[in-house]
Ligand binder design. Sequence first.
Ligand SMILES: *Cc1c(COP(=O)(O)O)cnc(C)c1O
Length: 641
Amino acid sequence: MNNKPVKTASKDISWSAKQSADLYGVDRWGNDYFGLNDQGLVTAKTLHNQVPLMDIVQGMTERDLQMPVLLRIENILDAQIYRLNTAFADAIKKLDYKAPYRGVYPIKVNQQAQVVEEIAAFGARFKHGLEVGSKPEMIAALSTLTEPGSLIICNGYKDQEFVELGLQATKLGFRCFFVIETPSELPIIIERSKQLNIEPLIGVRVKMTSKISGHWNSTSGDRSVFGLSTSQLTQLVDRLKEADMLHCLQLLHCHLGSQIPNIREIRGGVVEACRYYADLCGEGAALTHIDFGGGLAVDYTGACSNDSQSRNYTLEEYCEDIVDTLKSTLDEYDLVHPTIVTESGRATVAYSSILIFNVLDVTKFEPIELPQVGKDEHPLLRDMREVLTYLKPQKVQECYNDAHFYRDEIRELFKRGQVNLRTRSAAENLFLEVLQQINKTLESMARIPVDLEGLKESLADIYYGNFSLFQSLPDIWAIDQLFPIMPIHRLDEEPKRNAIIADITCDCDGKIDRFIGQHGVSNTLPLHEVKEDEEYYLGVFLVGAYQETLGDLHNLFGDTNVVSVRINDDDSFDFVKEIHGDTIADVLSYVEYDPKLMYVAYRNTAERAVKEGRITARERQEILNTFYASMQGYTYYERDD
Ligand SMILES: *Cc1c(COP(=O)(O)O)cnc(C)c1O
C-alpha cells in the first residue's frame, strides 16, 4: 500500500523557485519557518538548516503512514515559545520595566497531549504555564506541568471540584489562579478554601469596553458573556473584604479577543486595563499580576495589514507596546510594576502544524474531444463552431451570449428527443472550447465585461484532495478562515493550471475556493498539471491552532495520521512521534456501532449465502477477510501498489 513514486522534475528554465516563492507568498506568511530551495521544494527551516518537507513525506511513505498526514515540526513550536518569552524579556529590559513576564498557553487552542507536553517541556526554562477553562483541561495541566512556580490560570465556570483541584495544586507549589468570571463563583472559592485551609490565589476578569475588530470581537464590550461589570466588580471587592480575603485578589484578567489585527486597539485595551488595575489597588487589593489574555495574531495572509486574517505589527512591537503602555500608565499612579501575563495560544501553535495531502483526481472544464467537422452535422453545431471565427476583444460579450444560446438550444432539442446523446456531447465540448478561448481573450483585456467577471473561476479545474475539510480544516468551513495552501514540490516548474480544491466528503461545502493571492483574496489557486505516474502533494500551512479538536466526523472520516518531527543540527531529522489516525472500526464505535457485532452480523449473512449455495465456504472466508481488514484500515483514500 505505497504511494505513487515521486520523480525529480524535468527542469523548466523559464521558471524559478524564486518566482514560486513570490507567487505563493512563503516569505510573507512563513515567519522564517518555511522556505523554498533551488530544487523547488518547500523546506522547514531552523536557525541553522533546512529540511525539504518532501524528505519527510518520503520517510512517511517508507513507514506506511498514508496521506493525509498532519505534520508537526517540534523545532517550530520550541522556537515560538522562545521568541515570545525573549521578546517580552527584551522589551522589559529595554524599557526598564521592573517585573518579569510569565506566559501561559491556553490548552483549548490545541489540546492534543503531544502538543501540550511539548509546550510544557520547551517552556519549562521560562516557567511557561498553562491556562485552563474546564475540569478536563485542569487535569491535563496538573499532570503535564512539572516546573513548580509555573502559573496555572483557571478561567471558565468553576464548581467545587474544580476549585478543590486548584487549591490542592497550590499546596504542591503551583501558582494556581482562580479567575472569577461570574459573581456566583466567589462563595464556592471562599467556602472550599476555608474548608481545606488553603489560601486561594484569586484573579478577576473584567469586561473590557475597548473596541476590537476582527472575528472574535464579541469577547469584549458590554454584551460580552465573560467577565464582571464594574458594579459586580465593586461588589466582589466588598465581599472579599468581608471575608478578610482581599489580599488574595492578586491578578487582573482582561482578554480582549483573539486574532487582534490592529496594534492600536491592543494599546487602547492595555490603557483601559491599567485603569482597572490602578483603581483596584486603590481599593486595597494586593494586585501583583496583570493578564492580557490572548489576541496576539497570526499573519495568515502575509499582508501585514489590519485585515482580520493578518496583523499590522510584529511580535516585538506587540511586547514593547504592552510594556511601554503599562509602565507609563502605572507610573503615573506610583504603582509597583506587576508581572505581565499573556495567554497567547494561536501565535504559539499555529506555525508548527502542516496538513499534507495528495491529489486523487482532477476535473477540467475543457473539451475532452473536439468534434470533427462533418457534412451532416447539426446546423447548431456549425453555428457554435463559427463563434470562434469572430471572437476578438471587442466581441467577447457577443460571442459569450451566442455560445450560450446555441448550447441551450441543443439542450432543449435533446430534451425533446430531436438530437441524440452524441450530438449533445459534441455541442458541450465545442461550448467549453469557446469559453476557454473567450477566457484567453480576456487575459489581454484591461476591462472585463461584468457578465464575464466570474468566467475564469467557472472554468477553474477542481483538484480532489485526499482529506476532509470538516475533520482537518473546520475553520475554512465555519468562519471563512484563510490558510496558506501550496504544492510542497515541483516549485521550479511554472504552475499552469488554475484550480479550486475539493475534499473527499460527499458535501458540496467540502471545498476550498478562497486562497491567499499575491494581491488579496483569490478564488483560484495556481497548481501544476498532475502527472500520470507521480503523486502530487499539497500543504496547508499554519493549521496548529483551533483546527484539530473542532473537526468533526462528517462522512465518518476520522483523525488523520500525525507525525512529529525534530530537525537536528546536522540537517537530519527524527520521527519523534507518530500517531496512526482513526481506523474505520474506531470511527464507527464513536457513533455507537459495535465493530465486533458488525462482524458477526456480516458473518451470519455470509454463512447464509453458503447454506443457500451462492458462495463456497472458501469464498465466505475471503469476503470476511476483506471486511475485517477494512475495519482495521484508514478512513481516507488508500493507494494500492
Ligand atoms: C481563547 C482564549 C485565549 C487564546 O487566545 P489566542 O488569540 O488564541 O491567543 C486566551 N485566553 C482566553 C481567556 C481565551 O478564551
